[in-house]
Design a protein around this ligand. Structure first.
Ligand SMILES: CSC[C@@H](O)[C@@H](O)C(=O)COP(=O)(O)O
Ligand SMILES: [Zn+2]
Length: 209
């Protein structure tokens, strides 16, 4: 098997797993995996990501330009993936829209970030200290993708990370597909936990969380 084929299969398996969680509502979401220093596979734009087809991914360069002749178009948000592969040694990047990540992004948008402390699952980000804090920035949902990618880029420096886009979704990246998926699942757990706690304690309007 070539590297291209191995990476394709890895990304297809991740896509199936995220689809099983129903994290691709309304064709939302996009995924990518690095193939080598200068290229990565990215999901085609606008497809139903619950289906498995021969057009699911295409190879692009680090500027997001297709490297193969195909009728498929790279994800509309490919430039965000480009920032990750240009600036870090990350091996995979995952973007999904969920109700929990959208509500959290709305509740904490004015603060510019949402934080988590004294939560076991922040260890997924390598935060092992008792009082460590996970901070996930929340950026404006610019309709212009180059502008969105430029703002997003300010938070991309390490081989793993997560950024929320206001009322849009989350993008995570990690050294490989397994690590990126781990971060995505950890974030969703933390978001759902915080939302449940806010509701049980009387709501965000009262500051009881
Ligand atoms: C149709 S809703 C979502 C899109 O606008 C976009 O945010 C998204 O995540 C998927 O776009 P895509 O071009 O399929 O990668
Ligand atoms: Zn999106």
């Amino acid at each position: 098997m070539t590297t291209y084929e191995t990476k394709w299969d890895t990304l297809a398996d991740i896509k199936d797993e995220l689809a099983a969680r129903d994290w691709f509502m309304g064709t939302s979401g996009n995924l990518s995996i690095r193939v080598d220093e200068n290229s990565f596979l990215v999901t085609s734009s606008g497809l139903d990501k619950r289906k498995r087809t021969a057009n699911d991914f295409l190879l692009v360069d680090l500027e997001g330009r297709p490297l193969e002749s195909t009728s498929a178009k790279p994800s509309a948000e490919t430039l965000l993936h480009c920032e990750i592969y240009k600036k870090t040694p990350a091996g995979a990047s995952l973007h999904v829209h969920t109700v929990a990540n959208n509500v959290i992004s709305e509740l904490f948008y004015q603060e510019g970030a949402v934080t988590f402390q004294h939560q076991e699952l922040i260890k997924a980000f390598g935060l092992w200290g008792e009082d460590d804090i996970l901070t996930i920035p929340i950026i404006r949902n610019d309709a212009d993708i180059p502008t969105l990618a430029a703002h997003f880029s300010a938070y991309v420096s390490k081989e793993k990370g997560a950024v929320l886009i206001h009322n849009h979704g989350i993008t995570v990246w990690g050294v490989n597909g397994f690590e990126a998926k781990k971060l995505l699942e950890a974030c969703e757990f933390l978001f759902q936990y915080k939302l449940s706690l806010i509701q049980l304690k009387g709501g965000v309007l009262h500051g009881n969380y």
